[in-house]
Design a binder for this molecule. Sequence first.
Ligand code: ATP
Ligand code: MG
Length: 465
Amino acid sequence: MPDAANPSPIAPTASSRLWTAGASGGVATLVLLGVAILHPHHAPVLLAGVAAVVAATWMVNRARPSGEAAPVVHLAQPMTSTPVASAPDGALLDAAFEALSDAVLVISGGEPDDIAGRRIVLANKAARDLLRIQRDGAILVSVLRDPAVLEAVDEALFGGIERSVDWSGVRDRHWKAQVRPLDQGGDRALAVLVLRDDTDVRRMELMRVDFLANASHELRTPLASLSGFIETLKGHAKDDPKARDRFLDIMSAQADRMGRLVADLLSLSRIELNEHIPPSGRVDLPRAVSDVVDALSVLTQEKGVEVVVVGDATAPVRGDRDEIVQVVQNLIDNAVKYSPRGGRIDVEVRAGVSADQATAPCMEGASRLPLLTPDHDPARRHAAVIVRDRGPGLEREHLPRLTERFYRVEGQKSGGDRPGTGLGLAIVKHIVNRHRGGLAVESAPGQGTVFTAFFPLADAPDAAG
Ligand code: ATP
Ligand code: MG
């Protein structure tokens, strides 16, 4: 019977073709038989005609469907997205499935109340590596035990529900598990499970929340103090010019602090935005140092601090001038801020050093910690700026946290006049990272602190690339 399924919505169905051809053949046969009975002398010719009509009807019913089927199947295949593909396409699909970076698994259901019935019928390489799947048909619960994911799989298999759940199963990373029913036309319940590494997205989200909380907290304090002073000035200090002047000074300092905080936050976000783009300019490090020392001279003179600059006269590094100046400025600014009155600060520029030479110890008995280390390349040469003060120094436990945003060592005096925002070293770290350089700290309580920042030399062969 030519009743093969015909998926085309516009082609006639097989049964209608059978009816048309069969009915016409039948009527013709009956007419010929009737004439043969009425005119027996013509019977042989008429019976031959009947035989011809029957043969023709049979031929039509056999030949037509196969003749029409070819273009219909051809058109219908892509429309119904039949998974049956020709051999090369199948191989291509397999290769693409294997190459996906997300872990993808196809799971079959078995009996709804038999948890061991969920089997992995297909898993790409990422899934096999992630879940250490050794063989075909592995039981799902033996490789993935998270109840939330298993429940989502069951809902997809037996409820036809698509879901996305969090999974924190392997390698201390966070994953998003997306489960979707897979309708294959058969009576087997199937679902597809995709595991996507969500760690970086989550970390960014946490950082953002943390950052916003810290930033608003930092702004709230000076803002609250400003409002307090305004109230006082409107109230009992209204007619006290001495108190008014004192309060206005404090208010101006608070407003300055808020301004610095906002400027630092903007600068941090701008640097972060460009952090993945290596800078292309060329900066002479000793020149940047002397510019900063000149710019800070009012401050150093005010505090009676002497800044002594030594080292190489030229050291061209690959970098963004404003950013390199900001690094040097933040380091020297800290040294000034945390130096005792009348203290001395040494700033040294060393060109042509390796990363290890740049961060070689220079204070006896001090704790030393790299805060940022560039990719290891013994051939690469750097220029380093080393800033040493004789301030209070830092306990070892503080060193790893110095470049965290808003981190300040509690109880430490910064001269009192300019309380910091705790963003200076975070900015330094981001800039140095963008420049593929390094940062280290060495400190001993009571002896002082040494910060070293180094950048790849512009002339080094690998720095040019
Ligand atoms: P900002 O630089 O944003 O005005 P800040 O100086 O407080 O504020 P950072 O430069 O990030 O912030 O420094 C973080 C903390 O590290 C400081 O609050 C201080 O406690 C400590 N610190 C930094 N440099 C020194 C130093 N040279 N000597 C002693 N402590 C330091
Ligand atoms: Mg600072």
